[in-house]
Design a protein around this ligand. Structure first.
Ligand code: G1P
Length: 292
């Protein structure tokens, strides 16, 4: 079985749901407590054994590329001032040279189209997809849990979680056929079904392990829900001839694509912070104390 070495992170989205914060800054660079949201997703990918991250970017996303590069002047200044702890933290989060690629999606044609834009860099090997709007807090990262399942099942794996039935229309939703613990075999999936018409309340979380054959389905695909080329539609076609497992992973997801989801993520990551979590909890209590 081939190792999952590459991960595709689609970061071309405009961030319209969190405007005006994203007017001049990529939404992936907004801080979730003390680091940009994208850092958590890249950390999750590397922790799962990923060796190369492919960003599918768009216009005005240059800050992401700069963030993962050396900040030469800043680092020289930190060294001259003897701020070695900050310098070391920056150096340890910098990716190995050559372990990231950037390709542009030239038009906002949908998630499926964004993933298809990475086809030449991914080549003919299974790969992971992580949607950076979704952060997942988990003891063992969400993608790591999926890689463990993949080692046993091969094929294609997607992470799912239960959502309230009234919210299924915000997600891709799977049609489960049988369950073995947290693994679910499925016989279909649909993107953003109407409430009441969904095959289940198991929503696709935004983490995938896919065989490269998906690129073939994306290549000739008509647009689907919302007039966009959907990854879910390509996977549903791929499923006719390939195994697909869903994993109901152990962890908590946060949707940083919306203002309140972003607030929730910021609070959760602040409270979990190794050094500052206790202080963050005290500050939060000031705001939640009932009035006297
Ligand atoms: C995308 C996927 C959807 C998935 C969701 C998770 O939708 O198309 O299947 O459930 O991410 O956040 P989007 O949120 O980009 O509309």
């Amino acid at each position: 079985m081939r190792k999952i070495r590459k991960a595709v992170l689609p970061v071309a989205g405009l961030g319209t749901r969190v405007l005006p914060a994203t007017k001049a800054m990529p939404k992936e660079m907004l801080p979730v407590f003390d680091r940009p949201a994208i850092q958590y997703v890249v950390d999750e990918a590397f922790a799962a054994g990923i060796e190369h991250v492919v960003f599918v970017t768009g216009r005005n996303k240059g800050a992401i590329e700069d963030y993962f590069d050396t900040a030469y002047e800043l680092e020289i200044t930190l060294r001259e001032k003897g701020k070695t702890d900050i310098l070391e933290a920056l150096e340890s989060s910098r990716p190995t040279p050559g372990s990231m690629s950037f390709v542009r999606q030239q038009a906002p044609l949908g998630l499926g189209h964004a993933i298809w834009c990475a086809r030449d860099i991914v080549g003919d090997e299974p790969f992971a997809v992580l949607l950076p709007d979704v952060l997942v807090q988990a003891k063992s990262g969400c993608l790591s849990q999926m890689v463990d399942v993949y080692a046993e099942t091969g094929g294609n794996i997607i992470a799912v979680e239960q959502v309230p039935p009234s919210e299924v229309d915000k997600y891709g939703v799977i049609s489960p056929s049988s369950r073995n613990g947290n693994r679910i075999l499925m016989n279909g999936m649909v993107e953003k079904p109407a409430v009441g018409a969904a095959p289940s309340n198991l929503a696709i979380t935004g983490r995938y392990i896919l065989q490269a054959s998906v690129f073939g389905y994306l290549a000739d695909q008509a647009s689907g829900a919302g007039g966009e080329i959907q990854l879910t539609d390509a996977m549903a076609r791929q499923m006719a001839s390939e195994d697909f497992h869903a994993v109901e992973y152990d962890g908590q997801s946060y949707d940083c694509g919306s203002k309140l989801g972003y607030l929730r993520a910021t609070i959760a990551y602040a409270l979990q912070h190794e050094q500052l979590g206790g202080d963050a909890a005290r500050i939060l209590a000031e705001f939640t104390r009932p009035p006297e």
